[in-house]
Design a protein around this ligand. Structure first.
Ligand code: DC
Length: 222
């Protein structure tokens, strides 16, 4: 490992359990936590509030570059503010899940968010765990520990349904999990582990077992 400051990168498809696992690991190790998906979701709020049509690429880019974004990196505190408006709960709504790919499939938007994410990671004095789709490969390819967390599609859809309190029909669920992954994987590969990235399939693992498996991988680097 490069220094005492630990950086962990976790990627994976929707519903693989990245967020819950990462938060658990951050709390255990006293690290900051960055949910990069929340940043893409906050930008979706910003372009929608600006009255931008998702098909208007240039306007989505302008809304992204102009957005003032604040995100908590305390694993105990979920808070996202965009252009002065708190969107912590709104970013989880199905409307945002359905519209966020308009941001994540535009290369210019990704470049802007990647730069913001790198700045947050560099600024985390005592280390950080960052999760998303391109953290192990693009945002923090030099991270001390890099993991691709996967799970079977049926299990991911079931987990996403539980996250949403069961209030979703199967067509919406398939849209949120399978269609979004298909769209998002056009610009980023998060289906196979890149060189140096450890694949971790948590289909048959409980949350506690998944956190323990990540902690084992961290321990192996120290
Ligand atoms: O993980 P999530 O469902 O909150 O992510 C929201 C969207 O942002 C999803 O469509 C994937 C995309 N995303 C991305 O393209 N790259 C990231 N690093 C994080 C999320």
């Amino acid at each position: 490992m490069s220094s005492d400051r630990l950086v962990i990168a976790i990627d994976g498809p929707s519903g693989s359990g990245k967020s819950t696992t990462s938060k658990g690991v951050a709390k255990t190790l006293g690290l900051a936590y960055l949910d990069t998906g929340a940043m893409y979701r906050a930008i979706a709020c910003a372009y929608l509030d600006a009255g931008v049509d998702p098909s208007d690429t240039q306007a989505v880019i302008a809304a992204t570059l102009g957005a003032k974004l604040e995100i908590s990196t305390d694993p105990e505190v979920e808070k996202v503010v965009v252009n002065g408006v708190e969107v912590t709960e709104r970013i989880r709504q199905p409307e945002i899940s359905a519209k966020v790919s308009a941001v994540s499939t535009i290369a210019e938007c990704r470049q802007d968010l990647v730069a913001r994410q790198r700045a947050i990671i560099e600024g985390a004095a005592s280390g950080i765990i960052a999760e998303g789709r391109d953290i192990t490969t693009v945002v923090a390819p030099d991270a001390d520990v890099r993991i691709l967390l996967t799970a079977d599609p049926e299990i991911r859809m079931a987990r996403r349904k539980v996250d949403l309190g069961g209030a979703i029909d199967s067509a919406q669920l398939a849209d949120q999990v399978l269609r979004r992954d298909r769209d998002d994987s056009k610009l980023v590969n998060f289906t196979t582990a890149a060189d140096g990235v450890t694949g971790l399939d948590c289909s048959d693992l409980t949350l506690a077992e998944t956190i323990a498996a990540v902690l084992d991988l961290v321990a192996a680097t120290r």
